[in-house]
Design a protein around this ligand. Sequence first.
Ligand code: HPA
Length: 250
Amino acid sequence: MSTIELAIIGGTGLYKLADLQDVTSHEPETRYGMPSGPVRVGTLDGHRVAFMARHGEGHSVPPHKVNYRANLAALQALGAQRVLALNTVGGITERFGPRVLACPDQLIDYTWGRISTICEEEGTEVLHVDFGEPYTRSLRQAVVAAATRAHVALVDGGCYGATQGPRLETRAEIVRMRRDGCDLVGMTGMPEAGLAREMELDYACLAIVANWAAGAGPDPDEVITLQDVLDNVAAASAGLPALLKALLAG
Ligand code: HPA
């Protein structure tokens, strides 16, 4: 099996990779169970790429039920080392308004009750992986450089706050998250990033801002609708193919 140069995990509103060619589909059972759905492996501009939809291609798996371990293990079993996570998020601070693309460099985990480690089996060594810098620096830098080369606007940095969902946050929760230092809020950033570190995968997040987080925008009474989220993700994703091609071209 030839090695996959880049694995992409698509989030809400991103269920397939349009330009992927010569696609084969894989749904390997892993030691952690089944992934959310098939992994589509193919070529993008001559590069071997894998894509999977984090919530399943029909968006049927909610954030707290995603088998994050199986998803990453499936990509790893197929030969992936570099994983680019696409995460749909809400924006909290000024630079992160709707339709912004961002490559965060920090995160805070507010999730609970999710399986967040691969260190579970009795008798196996407990890992205390370093997580001071939660995203792989070299992959982040490659994403930022690719965006520059492709002339795709991207905010370099920011702190991703991972919430439990599937409900959106209260305004008070967003005030607290802003105070904590969060710029972005999403439901799937963790445990995925922590597991990737334990599994020794290179991992970076490309966050797609779909809406102002509750109370964070110019109209504090604005109600967030799924349609707005999907429309903004579609608009913000317009630069994605160029960015990915630049990333693969290195
Ligand atoms: N909060 C949490 N997750 C999200 C949001 C939000 O406002 N928008 C898209 N994903």
